[in-house]
Ligand binder design. Structure first.
Ligand code: SAM
Ligand code: DTB
Ligand code: SF4
Length: 343
């Protein structure tokens, strides 16, 4: 049932449908596999900021670009725990710690494992994004109890070299394999708005959906254009293409949680609502992502209230696959449509 051999043509055929057909299919599949009105919330913290040796053309934290960012060394464990406690109080169920590294240095590993166990002790799920991992590092983090590891493929294999030259697509795939082998859940997605083509967006989705297992979590970021980065003047992305990408991700990776990630600051409420319709069911709370702004939590909570969305609570049961839910829902729509006709 879960497919791992998607061709570009198959994905393009889904992506290019009339928008209403695409949204309808995505929402129908979404309801079969996920709670229809529930969104999972994570909160990010930058635990080591800036001066990164990599050259990712979108990133304000790459040391080679002058983005005016204040660099910060690895945070103290107490500061991380304090922010995690606040994240939990605001309703997040997962705390995601991000570091501007190519890979974590050996001397940081004991601090990182302590962060994982202390954040977990608060009753939060843990996630880290620290760059590349080898088997030993992945094993150490898994043993410490790290639930998720985020490592994005970012774009298609063809466009990748235009965006990053300091590590390869293959390097990224290897890290994802180490994360999976160590038993952690995989969080992997990409960024839209990198002056990529539609074929690149489809290629990114193909790479994600054809991994040996679909990522548990798929963040779809919209580029936050930061002055000083090579992509500061990137072409604006058509919001409909963003929605199409979310809907296509939902259809080809039906069990994965799709996260509406960076870029929400400039998205209207209507655009975000369309993304939820398309199958997004996770986002980041908090006024900052890692270094760039994110909507205020109050604003997100108000949007959820207006939409009748509940946030996932720790321990909520995962929905089991229920294809019959579709027919029950379709029957209801049919009967409402009939009533409307008879008026
Ligand atoms: N250094 C680690 C790495 O690259 O894997 C972890 C931190 S890195 C900032 C995490 C992810 O943030 C990147 O993979 C990228 O997808 C996303 N990101 C970084 N800058 C962004 C931007 N300006 N707009 C949108 N997403 C961005
Ligand atoms: C992901 O895909 N997006 C998040 C998280 N994973 C680590 C990070 C977005 C960063 C946006 C730029 C910034 O705030 O520095
Ligand atoms: Fe470094 Fe990660 Fe930014 Fe790339 S995305 S420059 S690896 S912090």
């Amino acid at each position: 049932m879960i497919k791992h051999d998607w061709t570009r043509d198959q994905i393009a055929a889904i992506y290019e449908q009339p928008l209403m057909d695409l949204l309808m299919q995505a929402q129908t599949l979404h309801r079969e596999h996920h709670h229809a009105n529930q969104v999972q919330v994570s909160q990010l913290m930058s635990i080591k900021t800036g001066a990164c040796p990599e050259d990712c053309a979108y990133c304000p934290q790459a040391g080679i670009y002058d983005t005016g960012l204040d660099k910060e060394k690895l945070a103290a464990i107490e500061a991380v725990v304090e922010q995690a406690r606040a994240a939990k109080a605001s309703g997040a169920t997962r705390f995601c710690m991000g570091a501007a590294w190519r890979e974590p240095p050996a001397k940081a590993m004991p601090v990182l494992t302590a962060m994982v166990s202390e954040v977990k002790a608060l009753g939060l799920e843990t996630c880290m994004t620290l760059g590349m991992l080898d088997a030993d590092q992945a094993g150490t983090l898994a043993e410490a109890g790290l639930d998720y590891y985020n490592h994005n493929l970012d774009t298609s294999p063809e466009h990748y070299g235009n965006i990053i030259t300091t590590r390869t697509y293959g390097d990224r795939l290897e890290t994802l394999a180490e994360v999976r082998n160590a038993g952690m859940k995989v969080c992997s997605g990409g960024i839209l708005g990198l002056d990529e083509s539609q074929n690149d967006r489809i290629g990114l989705l193909q790479s994600l959906a054809n991994l040996p297992e679909h990522p548990d979590s798929v963040p779809i970021n919209q580029l936050v254009k930061v002055p000083g980065t090579p992509l500061e003047d990137a072409e604006d992305l058509d919001p409909i293409d963003f929605v199409r990408t979310v809907a296509t991700a939902r259809i080809i990776m039906p069990r994965s949680v799709v996260r509406l990630s960076a870029g929400r600051e400039i998205m209207s409420d209507e655009m975000q609502a369309l993304c939820f319709m398309a199958g997004a069911n996770s986002l980041f709370y908090g006024e900052t992502l890692l270094t760039t702004p994110n909507p205020e939590t109050d604003q997100d909570q108000a949007l959820f209230k207006r939409m009748g969305i509940q946030t996932t609570q720790q321990g909520d049961p995962v929905k089991t696959y229920t294809p019959q839910a579709k027919s029950a829902w379709e029957q209801k729509v049919d009967s409402l449509a009939k009533d409307a006709m008879s008026l």
